[in-house]
Ligand binder design. Structure first.
Ligand code: FPP
Length: 241
């Protein structure tokens, strides 16, 4: 029997919205870990460590708000440009977070998926991602896509190459269907930066963008709910008058 995530300690409950106002797919850029650490005189890696709890909170909040898909940007194809020490930390840390949290996510009926490039990624991280996918493949609740070694342009180029190799037509519809996640409704980024940074750029073509000033480690599920309420208040027209 799947368990529900425990309620937030404050007693806060998710917003009550008509189901068609709840975003089906939320994309999250978990930004600001480095600045959070710098503000406390700590090494950047301590910011990443503190971000783990925020991730678990936001997964719980997405389940409670009845979001169907949550995609999080854990490591971008550009993150290899960070210092070797930070890259090494982020690889080991991703592996550790996956190992430590997969049973919890499984107990919440979360289906974990990985989107990203295999190239350069530590084999032990790939193993951990593939094992988490296999463990949770039959779950029917939230789909949590961990974007690790992910780049939006690369995802589009790879999908086009697959279609071409299969001699299938390359159209908006076939490309959309071949990507790892559906269209994004709400694109949420923390830390005050207002950029897409190559995250789900095809899927976010019509997304509502919400930017929050808080740094990622300071975030909890109530911040996700604030973003969802902002989304619900928007008037989505998809180019129509
Ligand atoms: C961005 O902050 C954050 C990251 C690059 C890493 C986020 C990863 C997690 C919270 C763990 C999730 C991992 C998995 C695979 C489950 P930043 O370093 O860019 O912060 P800054 O902009 O302040 O420097």
């Amino acid at each position: 029997m799947p368990a529900a995530p425990p309620a937030h300690p404050s007693g806060a409950r998710p917003p009550t919205l008509p189901p068609d106002r709840v975003p089906r797919h939320v994309a999250v850029v978990m930004d600001g870990n480095g600045r959070w650490a710098a503000g406390r005189g700590l090494p950047r890696t301590e910011g990443h460590r503190a971000g783990e709890e925020a991730l678990v909170e936001v997964v719980a909040g997405a389940i409670e708000a009845q979001v169907g898909w949550l995609s999080v940007y854990a490591f971008s194809t550009e993150n290899w440009r960070r210092t070797p020490a930070e890259v090494r930390f982020l690889m080991g840390y991703s592996r550790q977070v996956l190992r430590a949290r997969r049973d919890l996510f499984d107990s919440w009926n979360v289906r974990v998926r990985w989107s990203g490039q295999r190239r350069r990624l530590w084999p032990s991280v790939v193993t951990e991602l593939v094992e988490a996918e296999a463990l949770t493949a039959g779950n029917t609740g939230l789909t949590l896509t961990l974007c690790v070694n992910y780049g939006g342009r690369a995802e589009i180029a790879d999908a086009a190459a697959r279609l071409a190799a299969a001699e299938r037509p390359i159209t908006e519809e076939s490309l959309t269907a071949d990507l790892s996640t559906p269209d994004v409704d709400l694109f949420w980024r923390t830390s005050g930066e207002a950029r897409l940074s190559n995250f789900l750029i095809w899927q976010a073509a019509y997304a509502e963008l919400v930017f929050t000033g808080k740094l990622w480690p300071d975030v909890d599920r109530r911040d996700l709910w604030d973003a969802i309420v902002q989304y619900a208040d928007r008037d989505r027209r998809y180019g129509a008058a």
